[in-house]
Design a protein around this ligand. Structure first.
Ligand code: M6R
Length: 634
């Protein structure tokens, strides 16, 4: 594929749209575009399947044939429903766009599914993000005679483009005029019947260009087209890309050609496939020994973290660290902040959505670390942007090269976990914590740990990180969690408690459990149980207690408080913790490790507990209801 900055749109053609069903609404969604020399449909549908983790309320495609007719087919439900609808339909054409949706405004429905078209059926659009001024645009367009068929913000876009086309603009100009009117965050891709290119742009929502041998692609994320190519261009905000089967052209918001480097993705297509597994989540749990090795590979020398991204002396101007993140990544940030504090480094973890709009005082010697698997979580990006406006330094710890967080932060540290498809984050949690443990070495050596930490005494965390993957494998091979998931399947509530690094792990265990089983699960600091939650504990409450080999005697007091109310207690702790083993009703053990890392091993047991409990209940483990992998709306 070649970059051709002079390439222009081509011949006009007759357009006719055929809807196999009306459709649409808003979201954090998945976009796929495919422009090639042969029919696009199969690759579009396969791309949607690979993007389903981004949303699965509805899915749709629009394909342009050689005569310039565009056919749209879209369905409420998962991609399967779309595939069924496509079975007896013929959507020939080398150019197509597709979309899988996670609704934030408007119910999931055929009408609200993407793609959306204008009234005259000349333009088809897919969109990820939110157009905040869509009400005003819709009113204006209605007054001008436009009629709408969905409740979505997206639908204003094809109507705006159609207006510009009616005014005599060429498709690219019409596209630019339309997107110039939009406020909010969006990635948008557009097909026009009388043109054989796709037009796309991004503004705050991800969009990556894939360059294949016989086709080009655009998608919200690389796994959508990884089967076909690993050569990618990460687009910048406000880039406009015009792509067809054998070329592409990128210009900035003003229409000036811009060069963007072509990069090779290190993930393999097999990484993004389920293989022999029934669920991505289980595959990704089992992948942790490998993903952890990838995280630390080449980053440990003489039992110390050596990060290429942070050479000695690069963090001498840091006094304190603030982690901002959401969900599982927040728990990794909490874990990291505990590790840092234990090294004498002042550190705090805050929920990104709270920090973003109510930030704490920051100085130029504060390092704000945004922890985010996807690098696209809107709340975390908002926090990162708030920090960028302060004197603080910013760092993104992320899994996705080219993500918004990676591009917007002053510095970036990649966790190298490989693609994570299951909505429930698993392997990325352990890689995030490992990456933060390595970062702690640099911070400490550069003087941030002046408050006097624990690293000097005994074996360092980093030294033990090297053997951790083998220990994780011991846990993934353990069948104890499967047995206990069945044994306690009838419980009314599941409480998870822990202290120190066991506290974020307790929160993470509860999040994982509720997320995929839909059962009531809560996480608490072990010492907090007696300050309120104990009132809820009955014999029908299973209490899962995390032990790390540090301050375990205190947690033992806490479990006795629960046991005396009749609650069964499952301990999760090191093999040698005899007193714990004797005190609890059931025990999930892991190899003895540095207590700082013990939480990571306990967490794998909790991942398996949630997985098996969800399996027993026949839940949609990889695509839990109401959720999506990457939440790109605030
Ligand atoms: O991509 P991020 O790490 O920023 O995502 C943050 C959360 O949305 C995410 O960790 C979520 O909590 C997980 N799906 C939970 O398993």
């Amino acid at each position: 594929m070649t970059y051709d900055p002079t390439k222009q749109t081509r011949e006009a053609a007759v357009v006719s749209y055929r809807h196999c069903q009306p459709s649409e609404a808003v979201a954090m969604c998945g976009i796929i575009v495919r422009a090639g020399v042969d029919d696009a449909l199969d690759e579009l549908v396969a791309g949607l399947e690979n993007l389903e983790y981004r949303g699965y309320d509805s899915a749709g495609v629009a394909v342009r044939d050689d005569e310039g007719s565009i056919t749209v087919c879209k369905r409420e439900g998962e991609t399967d429903a779309l595939e069924a609808a496509l079975e007896d339909r013929k959507l020939d054409g080398t150019l197509g766009i597709g979309h899988t949706r996670w609704s934030t405004h408007g119910a999931p429905s055929d009408e609200n599914a993407h793609p959306h078209t204008d009234g005259a059926n000349r333009v088809a659009v897919v969109h990820n993000g939110i157009i905040r001024n869509h009400d005003a645009l819709r009113s204006e367009l209605r007054e001008a005679g436009h009629e709408f068929t969905s409740e979505t913000d997206t639908e204003v876009v094809p109507h705006l483009v159609a207006d510009a086309l009616d005014d005599g603009a060429d498709p690219e100009t019409a596209f630019r005029r339309a997107i110039d009117r939009l406020e909010g965050s969006y990635a948008v891709a557009m097909l026009v019947g009388d043109d054989d290119a796709v037009y796309a742009t991004r503004h705050g929502s991800p969009l990556v260009l894939g360059l294949g041998e016989t086709a080009n692609y655009l998608a919200s994320d690389v796994p959508a087209f990884l089967e076909h190519t690993d050569r990618v261009v990460y687009l910048e905000d406000d880039d406009v890309v015009v792509v067809d089967g054998d070329s592409y052209r990128i210009t900035d918001g003003d229409g000036t050609p811009v060069g963007r480097s072509v990069e090779t993705v290190e993930w393999s297509a097999a990484d993004a496939r389920k293989g022999v597994y029934n669920h991505f989540m289980r595959k990704e749990i089992d992948e942790q020994p490998v993903s952890l090795r990838q995280t630390v590979e080449g980053r440990i020398e003489a039992d110390r973290g050596v990060l290429e991204e942070f050479p000695p002396g690069s963090l001498t101007d840091v006094d304190d660290v603030v982690f901002v993140a959401c969900g599982t990544s927040y728990h990794a940030g909490m874990y990291g902040s505990t590790l840092l504090r234990r090294r004498g480094i002042q550190a705090t973890a805050l929920r990104a959505n709270e920090f973003a709009h109510d930030p704490m005082p920051l100085t130029e010697r504060t390092l704000v670390v945004a922890v985010t698997q996807s690098g696209e979580t809107a709340d975390t990006l908002a926090a990162l942007r708030a920090a960028s406006e302060s004197p603080a330094q910013t760092l993104a710890v992320t899994n996705v090269v080219g993500s918004s967080a990676a591009r917007e932060a002053d510095d970036r540290l990649f966790i190298r976990a490989g693609p994570e498809i299951g909505v429930a984050a698993t392997k990325t949690f352990s890689s995030q914590v490992a990456a933060l443990a390595l970062l702690a070495d640099r911070l400490e050596e550069d003087g941030a740990g002046s408050a006097g930490g624990e690293a000097a005494s005994g074996r360092t965390v980093t030294a033990d990180l090297t053997s951790l993957p083998n220990d994780v494998e011991t846990v993934t091979n353990d069948e104890g969690a499967a047995r206990l998931a069945a044994q306690y399947a009838d419980a009314e509530s599941y409480f998870f408690i822990g202290r120190g690094v066991g506290y974020p792990v307790a929160l993470e265990g509860a999040l994982k459990f509720k997320e995929i089983t839909y059962e009531h699960a809560e996480g608490f600091a072990a010492g907090q149980l007696k300050h309120g939650p104990l009132a809820l504990v009955t014999p029908a409450t299973v209490v899962v207690a995390v032990f790390t080999g540090r301050n375990d005697d205190r947690t033992l007091h806490n479990i006795r408080e629960a046991q005396s109310r009749g609650a069964p207690v499952v301990g999760v702790g090191p093999t040698s913790a005899t007193a714990v083993r004797e005190a609890v009703d059931e025990y999930l053990e892991f190899p003895d490790v540095n207590p700082n890392l013990a939480g990571m091993l306990a967490n794998v047991h909790l991942q398996l507990l949630a997985y098996h409990a969800a399996e027993i209940r026949d839940r949609a483990i990889d695509k839990p209801r109401n959720l999506a992998k990457s939440v790109t709306v605030e």
